[in-house]
Design a protein around this ligand. Structure first.
Ligand code: ATR
Length: 473
């Protein structure tokens, strides 16, 4: 083999193939391999002219094609397939070589694999790659876990193929072992919440203000020029203005209303329960997808009475639209804040030293949740690295203060009219829970002490107390 590759990519389905092409287009020599060799040949036939590829049919040829320390990137299905590929390649590697898993692995698997490979002298780098197939080809956001030393070797390559915002690369080292995949998972959880909030805003504008999908598309286009500016708002306007070619009806009206999911939202919520992180808006967004698919339940509930009918008036509709914009913005800030809290909780639990400014920095480009307001979040984190919450930052606090009355109005209107708004309501409840002077958690402690002698702490002195309750018969 006379050409030594800078990096190797094994697993040449959509994501792997596009990442390999992205590396090659940036001048890197890329060894390419796939379990089924026909995919490797297809890549060479279609895209071989885009750069310098070294196709390899066997694992040995693939490993031998790589410069030392070897950089071997796995782009196969998460779970058993990833373990199978690691088991196949690890015995062929030498101390100091690197395996990079760019798939959607669960962070706990990444922690396990990193530990096992570290014991064999191999760096295991769990890298969350966001941006889907388009991002993989033209510039993803890359959230990298594993050792700092491994990232130092990989940084020039990752930072050249990633998205860039204002000249800054959307790739960074997040923390050791599973930190990269963890942050990617929470990113997806935030994405679920963001999408659900936008969908609820649409539903309210449609059902309460009685705007058509095309009119709502225009409203979203206007919002996209302001503080809500984001990829998701932009594509929502595109989807809402799309007409179904077969029927001439709005596209959104011919799509079955049962949402799919690949599982990263579920992982976020499951993990949040383990960590005790109250990511209620993300959880409601995940449950909303599940509820939409419960067709038997929906049939059983459908005949039940709904909310009040309030006649339409254009001026009221316009006022309501502005209230929905405020509610959407406030709820979105809460959803992101919940995600950050969860990352903070995990950092504490797993010993990750996470630079939140860097995390928000790389979410500004390449990924689905890219949004103008991430610039401001990044500044807030950079100015105050120990920021407990976005709402502890004066500018965000001011905006939420200004939005809170319309936000309540929207949630109350949704309840009165019988329009489901679970994510809006969860975000508002979270806000009210955390700003409360006193929570009924005190009463819960009393109940727990009553039936289980679980003890309680007092507001006026230290220690654990138990009351000898006179239990009624
Ligand atoms: P994408 O989301 O990018 O389309 P994926 O479904 O996550 O891809 O992963 C598919 C890739 O994983 C394919 O390259 C597949 O190899 P084949 O083309 O031979 O099917 C690879 N893959 C799945 N299971 C594998 C295994 N046990 N060993 C090696 N590669 C495997």
């Amino acid at each position: 083999m006379n050409t030594r590759a800078h990096i190797g990519v094994t697993g040449l389905a959509v994501m792997g193939r596009n990442l390999a092409r992205n590396f090659a287009r940036h001048g890197y020599t890329v060894a390419v391999h796939n379990r089924t060799a026909s995919r490797t040949r297809a890549l060479m036939d279609e895209f071989g002219h885009e750069g310098t590829f070294v196709p390899a049919e066997t694992a040995r040829d693939f490993v031998d094609a790589l410069q030392r320390p070897r950089r071997l990137m796995i782009m196969v299905q998460a779970g058993a397939a990833t373990d199978a590929v690691i088991d196949e390649f690890a015995p062929l590697l030498e101390s100091g070589d690197m395996i990079i898993d760019g798939g959607n692995a669960h962070f706990a698997d990444t922690r396990r694999r990193e530990k096992a490979l570290r014991a064999r002298g191999i760096h295991f780098v769990g890298a969350g790659v966001s941006g889907g197939e388009e991002g993989a080809l033209n510039g993803p956001s890359i959230m990298v876990g594993g050792s700092k030393d491994a990232y130092a070797v990989l940084a020039p390559m990752f930072e050249s193929i990633s998205a860039h915002v204002h000249g800054e690369a959307c790739s960074t080292h997040i923390g050791s072992d599973g930190a990269g995949h963890f942050v990617k998972m929470v990113h997806n959880g935030i994405e679920y919440a963001d999408m659900q909030l936008i969908a609820e805003a649409y539903d309210l504008l449609r059902q309460v203000a009685q705007y058509s999908p095309a009119e709502i598309a225009e409203i979203f286009r206007a919002w996209n020029k302001g503080r809500l500016n984001s990829y998701l708002i932009e594509i929502t306007a595109e989807v809402l203005s799309h007409t179904d070619a077969d029927t001439g009806r709005p596209f959104v009206d011919v799509v079955a209303d049962a949402a799919g999911q690949k599982g990263t939202g579920r992982w976020t919520v499951q993990t949040a329960l383990d960590l005790g992180s109250p990511v209620t808006t993300i959880a409601q967004a995940t449950f909303a997808r599940a509820a939409s698919g419960q067709s038997a339940l929906r049939t059983a509930y459908r005949p039940l009475p709904g909310g009040m009918h309030i006649p339409k008036s254009r001026s009221k509709a316009e006022r309501f639209t502005s209230q929905v914009e405020q509610a959407l913005y406030a709820s979105k800030v809460i959803a992101y804040d919940q995600g950050f809290t969860m990352i903070q909780d995990a950092a504490l639990a797993y010993g990750w030293d996470i630079d939140f400014g860097a995390v928000t920095g790389i979410w500004r480009g390449g990924c689905i949740i890219r949004a103008a307001f991430l610039d401001r979040i990044r500044t807030a984190h950079k100015d105050a690295p120990d920021l407990v919450s976005l709402l502890a930052e004066p500018a965000f606090a001011e905006e939420i203060t200004a939005a809170q009355v319309p936000w309540r109005e929207v949630v109350a209107t949704a309840a009165r009219r019988g329009v489901p708004a679970p994510a809006f309501a969860a975000a508002l409840s979270y806000y009210d829970t955390l700003r409360a002077d006193r929570l009924p958690a005190a009463l819960l402690q009393g109940q727990r002490d009553y039936f289980g002698a679980h003890t309680y702490r007092r507001t006026d002195r230290q220690g654990a107390f138990h009351t000898h309750w006179a239990h009624p018969d």
